[in-house]
Design a protein around this ligand. Sequence first.
Ligand SMILES: *Cc1c(COP(=O)(O)O)cnc(C)c1O
Length: 436
Amino acid sequence: MKHEKNEKKITLDENEMPREWYNIIPDLPEPLPVPLHPVTEEPVKPEDLEPIFPKALIKQEMSSERWIKIPEEVRDVYRIWRPTPLIRAERLEKALKTPARIYFKYEGASPPGSHKPNTAVAQAYYNAEEGVERLTTETGAGQWGSALCFACRLFDLRCMVYMVKVSYMQKPYRRVLMETWGGEVVPSPSERTEVGRKILSEDPNNPGSLGIAISEAIEDAVKHEDTKYSLGSVLNHVLMHQTVIGLEAKKQLEIVDEKPDVIVGCVGGGSNFSGLCYPFVREAEKEGIEIIAVEPKACPTLTGGEYRYDYGDTAGLTPLLKMFTLGHTFIPPPIHAGGLRYHGDAPTLCLLVKHGIIKATAVSQIPTFEAGVMFARSEGIVPAPETNHAIRVVIDKAIEAREKGEEKVILFNFSGHGLLDLQAYDDYLHKKLKDT
Ligand SMILES: *Cc1c(COP(=O)(O)O)cnc(C)c1O
């Protein structure tokens, strides 16, 4: 049965959830520059990564197979919230008086409230399969940490989270969420690692950064036999796990007989954005789909970074990745979209931006909250500050469509809800937000 075109929520049955993840590596316009060992600067070998990742994930990281089977155990957990609905933002369309049709993939439906468990669950599963007992990770505002604590709980792993100190102080509720799922959370820099102790001895008031927290989490994993490390974005396997978003969205658009003209997402490390758009990239050039990555002006990696090899963390423990980077010691200003404050971006995404297949744009903080509040007042759902970046550009595109009288179909990734980010909304609503 064909659905009516004006359906509000387009849902799939559980058995229509993807059975394979999509790996973009074989479909890139040129081979991806290989990661280099941080000390020798030689291409990384799988064994080099074994102290920090389980073998199955290393294999996925280096795989050039286009489709990789999703284990049934992972699909079974995905069923808690997947397939997520594709929602038509018709009230936002009306508010904007635009002829554009706006659809969003609602990843805020997961228990931690963002897209992040799509990979956290897969990573916890593969680690548990290989006998790992404990995972370490870093977290900024706490979205990734909470996703991993949730996932670890379901596969009986312990979870140790190094949380950037400023966020630990300012955002206690995500710490509570992590602890509720059984995770252990410490502010970073911490006294638990050599990296942390060194930084604290030089500067006891260091506010921390994602780069520092990554260094601490990796050091902890390397030093403990039963422990591995888990990263929430940037790496090939992480982006691949997120493609369930775009694969579902594609089926959902087919149900209402629509094709996107514009695809928009926000970019921190690139995982939610790639998860939505990668399944569309092969046809994007043929069909003229405009794909737009949105980042904050305060941390303009794709629009202001240099395309070169750089480390993923502050201490230089991670492999060198070829990416757009602001430099691995860059500390971005403390904007509310904590999930977008990363100095680099996923190498596959950087390559596609370099080739012009994906466009990038940067927006400043206050206009993103304007957009988020407009969304909340029309569609009801309060978006995460990160998601507001995507919504800003969606609104601008919808206004452009109105001015040109074009019936564009705009698809965007609603990466997460903002119910644990209300301080940010308070600051915006009471004019305490600044744009630097
Ligand atoms: C973490 C996060 C992001 C940014 O991370 P990506 O890897 O670029 O997706 C965006 N939105 C939300 C809600 C997040 O939690």
